[in-house]
Design a protein around this ligand. Structure first.
Ligand code: NAD
Length: 260
């Protein structure tokens, strides 16, 4: 088992040898920006019951929709003020270096785009919290505007155009995955030569299938996560470390090696 310092070196060499890297991120990359993840101690699912916030529940009654908006409103403030961290920035630097084909993210916080990865190179598999959708006519509203309406007493905001119930543009459990994004993520996972996971428990499907798709298509796999994941045994390299620690070190080593 290589020592942690050697692992940074090995990761840097793997990155240098690769031409089309897909980076795959989860809630873990944003905890250092102050956004709670779902499954860590103190994470969102230790405070809320996920079974209460499925898409089917949302559709089932006014009471469930009110509860959903209460939950979503309570988690929004930390996301609204969050800034990119060292992990996001390191990925943006790798993008600038021409190493990254795209970032596939399960995150809904928009921090990859804020850190400088172009919008069209970020595939948001689980939607975004930055927008709110009308479930009837599909009209989109900026989240800030709708949170303002919630703050002034609307328990479940309704669409100005058609009166339909509105929901943040995130993909809830039980809600169909966005077709275009899912297809594109599968295609790019199958076409990369290195798949780099950063901060994901790799238990939410179909997202967690992407590293396996990449591996089956011949790519190398690196996983950086604080704790073990079910896919560790398929990985060529696993680093148990904060993404905000490991990624900047890896990128610095890539630069060193490139200059030699
Ligand atoms: P998860 O909550 O299931 O797991 C996060 C993983 O990251 C855990 O294994 C944890 O040990 C690890 N981790 C925590 N902090 C870390 C750090 N600093 N460095 C490295 N690893 C760290 O998250 P997931 O796998 O992304 O689960 C997917 C679901 O969570 C998605 O549906 C996503 O929409 C949602 N989610 C997103 C956000 C966000 O947008 N920031 C926040 C919470 C939940």
């Amino acid at each position: 088992m290589p020592h942690q310092v050697d692992k940074i070196d090995i990761a840097a060499s793997m990155i240098l040898e690769s031409k089309r890297i897909v980076v795959f991120t989860g809630a873990g990359i944003s905890t250092e920006s102050g956004i709670s993840d779902f499954r860590s101690p103190g994470g969102i699912w230790s405070r809320f019951d996920p079974g209460e916030f499925t898409f089917q529940k949302f559709l089932s009654s006014q009471q469930s929709r009110e509860k959903y908006w209460e939950f979503s409103t309570s988690t929004w403030p930390e996301m609204a003020v969050a800034k990119r961290n060292r992990g996001h920035y390191a990925i943006a630097v790798l993008y600038e270096m021409g190493k990254i084909d795209c970032v596939i993210t399960q995150n809904i916080d928009g921090l990859h785009q804020k850190s400088g990865v172009p919008e069209e190179r970020v595939i948001e598999l689980h939607g975004t919290a930055r927008w709110v959708n009308c479930l009837e006519c599909g009209r989109r509203y900026p989240r800030e505007e709708i949170q303002g309406r919630v703050a002034s007493g609307e328990k479940v905001p309704h669409c100005d155009s058609c009166g339909g119930a509105m929901k943040p543009a995130t993909i809830s459990f039980g809600q169909p995955m966005p077709e275009k994004e899912t297809r594109e993520a599968e295609r790019r996972s199958a076409g990369c030569d290195l798949f780099l996971v950063a901060g994901s428990s790799l238990v939410v499907y179909p997202a967690a299938q992407m590293p396996l798709t990449a591996k089956d298509s011949g790519a190398k796999l690196i996983i950086i996560n604080l704790e073990p994941t079910p896919h560790d045994r398929y990985a060529d390299l696993v680093i148990y470390e904060k993404t905000g620690e490991a990624l900047p070190q890896i990128v610095a080593r890539v630069k060193d090696k490139r200059e030699k």
